[in-house]
Write a protein that binds this ligand. Structure first.
Ligand SMILES: NC(=O)c1ccc[n+]([C@@H]2O[C@H](COP(=O)([O-])OP(=O)(O)OC[C@H]3O[C@@H](n4cnc5c(N)ncnc54)[C@H](O)[C@@H]3O)[C@@H](O)[C@H]2O)c1
Length: 255
């Protein structure tokens, strides 16, 4: 248990997605009030769970939702910038995500969610934390591919390429983390990032065998292996950590 999370107000963007649901459950178990901002709705009820359909790329929508949350909960303690458009490695007929043909509109759309969305939420929720004058925590979700470039050999047989947007967003998220930590350190707002490695979501066996060889622990992550790191970075137990990134990737980025 992370006792200091009791009664904290936690905002999780993209909290109705694969990893987001994990994080929501962990905070609920630690008696926090959890508010999800997402485009898709989840059929789920818990007295301390609230969800708002909110497109984080729309500045006005975020501004309005911050108002609603403050009215209802009186305070904001923790923001997790987790939403992103992800691309999972799957077999394709035509080569997917080639850099040579990468569409500029798609580039803009994906950066809009993964980077601008995180910036907008940080701006509005962070400002509220500053106004409250009680500090706060921001956690950004990056990736092992925010540390290293994707190894495109892994995807060759799938006719797939990991898109350039993913690399740029996940590296950029670490930049946003350092900037925020430095900018609002004097307001006692801590900002850190987590860089998780891939979780096997029923991926092609050949792909999994190939990627395992690049990971010292010789396996992909289990779906629940990031939960306690997220709680730790959001709790007072990491009170002297800011601007840093915890890499949890089975060792992939050290070799
Ligand atoms: N799953 C993995 O193996 C893995 C590994 C490393 C990093 N990550 C990162 O973890 C985070 C969560 O990943 P996931 O696997 O749960 O992805 P996911 O696609 O399951 O969830 C993302 C969520 O974001 C929401 N979203 C998308 N655009 C939005 C918008 N404009 N406004 C509000 N919400 C929006 C989606 O509706 C979805 O619920 C992402 O940042 C991802 O890059 C995931």
């Amino acid at each position: 248990m992370f006792k200091d999370l009791n009664n904290k107000t936690v905002i999780i963007t993209g909290g109705n997605g694969f990893l987001g649901i994990q994080f929501v459950n962990e905070f609920l178990e630690n008696n926090a009030n959890v508010i999800v901002l997402d485009l898709k709705k989840r059929k789920f009820y818990h007295p301390r769970f609230t969800q708002y359909m909110c497109d984080i790329t729309k500045e006005n929508s975020v501004r309005l939702v911050v108002k609603k949350i403050v009215k209802k909960f009186n305070k904001i303690n923790i923001l997790i910038n987790n939403a992103a458009i992800d691309h999972l490695p799957k077999k394709n007929k035509k080569k997917l995500n080639n850099f040579e043909e990468f569409d500029l509109l798609r580039w803009k759309k994906e950066l809009d969610v993964g980077l601008s969305g995180a910036m907008i939420c940080t701006k509005y929720f962070g400002k509220k934390m500053c106004d409250q004058n009680k500090g706060g925590v921001i956690l950004n979700v990056s990736s092992d591919l925010g540390i290293i470039a994707p190894n495109q050999n892994l995807y060759q047989k799938l006719n797939f390429a990991k898109p350039v947007t993913y690399s740029v967003i996940k590296h950029g998220i670490i930049g946003l983390t350092k900037y925020t930590a430095s900018y609002w350190g004097n307001k006692r707002i801590r900002c850190n990032a987590i860089a998780p490695g891939g979780i096997n979501q029923n991926f092609d066996k050949h792909f999994v065998e190939k990627i395992k060889k690049l990971i010292p622990l010789n396996r992909m992550a289990k779906y629940n292996e990031y939960n306690k790191i997220v709680l730790f970075l959001c709790s007072d137990q990491s009170s002297y950590m800011t601007g840093t990134t915890i890499i949890a990737d089975g060792g992939r980025t050290v070799i």
